[in-house]
Design a protein around this ligand. Structure first.
Ligand code: CTP
Length: 398
């Protein structure tokens, strides 16, 4: 429910703007107040009158509309909301946000706001896949902008692929997650997830089979309980959840730097399958066969142990540090020893032998080992494991 919540809805100029009218209805059905802002381009797709009628509110359109400034300045407008939603977020609006432009009402509000921002991108598939948009997306996610969609499907322009704006109900779900008033409200939790890639040369790397599914589900469940989540992910198969701050990394050392930057945190969950070693003699150019039939000798160096480093911090250690132990033999004994060695509070142990189908699969069977002993959980979906773990974390922090 969104009773009493105030949403500032910025409607960008794309064909999906018509869906924003339905979004206004859906948000209001759940009790939210919606203040709409139209960009000039969006008025080609929806009219101020229909938008205002559905919102039951004045529509804001122009930065230099003096009447608006007299009633409510743009700074105040940007802060009066609980959440700023941009739907549709066009390629142009995303580029403006990335660059920090403030040359119309919408972009100025986005620069001036001190509230969380959720964007629902919508554009032609080529525009979405364009390196510029993908670069902007990474920057925006790193800035803490939350995203929902886009979906894959047929587009108004006749093409097919990713770029359709998420359906209004999916955006409402993301809004609810972003505003969740759960037990973890006000708590900052960082989550590492996915594999790391350790380069051998510019085209080859060493990786592992982690899909990032469990870490992603944990971040989503923590956000659903109201936590302010920083999600630090290696190159995973699954998309990051909406409603969290996403930091994308490739290598273990980049992951460590991202964790250090994200601290302090109330809790930290290390679900990433971090490569233990990196190639010390990685080549700056593509390695070639030299005709001798001899394979190149790779030299390995140990990567920093991110979990152990954070667990053993003298100053600024999160109150709760949770590690994972992916084992193929003597799961409990190995995991118990790992918890001691690394110094974390809990360790979530799982058997990743190929016959379990856990690595890369949709289910997980874990034991949670802490000072209080070992809890053995039944085999559950990764989403259920995540929800149960998030509840347990909430219990420990509150
Ligand atoms: N981990 C980490 N940094 C590393 C290696 C592991 O933060 N360089 C974290 C993982 O995210 C996980 C936990 O440590 O939470 C255990 O990872 P795992 O791969 O099971 O253990 P290893 O440290 O690799 O130990 P071993 O090689 O003995 O199995």
């Amino acid at each position: 429910m969104l009773a009493g919540k105030r949403i500032l809805l910025i409607v960008g100029g794309g064909i999906a703007a018509f869906k924003s009218l339905d979004l206004i209805r859906r948000l209001r059905e759940r009790g939210a107040t919606v203040t709409p802002v139209l960009t000039k381009a969006s008025e080609e797709f929806v009219t101020p009158l229909s938008t205002s009628a559905l919102a039951g509110q004045k529509v804001y359109r122009d930065l230099f509309d003096l009447t608006d400034e007299a009633e409510m300045g743009h700074i105040e407008l940007s802060r009066a909301a609980d959440l700023v939603v941009v739907a549709p977020a066009t390629a142009d609006l995303m580029a403006k946000m990335t660059a920090g432009l403030a040359n119309d009402l919408a972009s100025t509000l986005l620069m001036a706001t001190d509230k969380r921002v959720l964007i629902a991108p919508a554009m032609n598939v080529r525009m979405w896949e364009h390196p510029a948009t993908q670069r902007n997306l990474v920057t925006l996610q790193g800035d803490g902008i939350m995203t929902v969609g886009p979906d894959v499907g047929d587009m108004a322009c006749g093409e097919h692929g990713p770029g359709r704006m998420s359906e209004p109900l999916a955006i409402v779900d993301a809004v609810e997650a972003a505003l969740a008033d759960g037990p973890l409200k006000g708590k900052h939790v960082l989550v590492t997830s996915g594999p790391t890639h350790e380069p051998i040369d510019p085209v080859r790397y060493i990786a592992n089979r982690s899909s990032g599914a469990q870490g992603t589900a944990i971040a989503r469940s923590l956000a659903a309980l109201g936590a302010d989540v920083t999600f630090i992910t290696g190159p995973a198969d699954v998309s990051p959840p909406s409603g969290v701050k996403v930091v994308k990394v490739q290598t273990a050392r980049e992951m460590k730097d991202a964790v250090d930057t994200a601290l302090p945190a109330d809790a930290a969950v290390f679900a990433a399958a971090v490569a233990d070693w990196r190639v010390e003699n990685a080549s700056g150019s593509k390695m070639k066969k030299d005709g001798s039939g001899k394979a190149p000798a790779l030299e390995f160096a140990e990567n920093p142990d991110i979990l152990a480093g954070v667990s053993q911090l003298k100053k600024g250690r999160p109150k709760l540090v949770v590690g994972f132990a992916a084992e193929t033999d003597d799961v409990d004994a190995n995991a118990t020893a790992k918890r001691k060695r690394k110094g974390c509070d809990w360790i979530v142990a799982n058997d990743v032998s190929p016959e379990t189908g856990i690595m890369g699969g949709s289910e997980n069977a874990v034991s949670v080992i802490s000072d209080e002993g070992t809890e053995v959980w039944p085999r559950l979906s990764k989403d259920q494991v995540a929800a149960k773990l998030a509840e347990k974390i909430a219990g420990a922090l509150t």
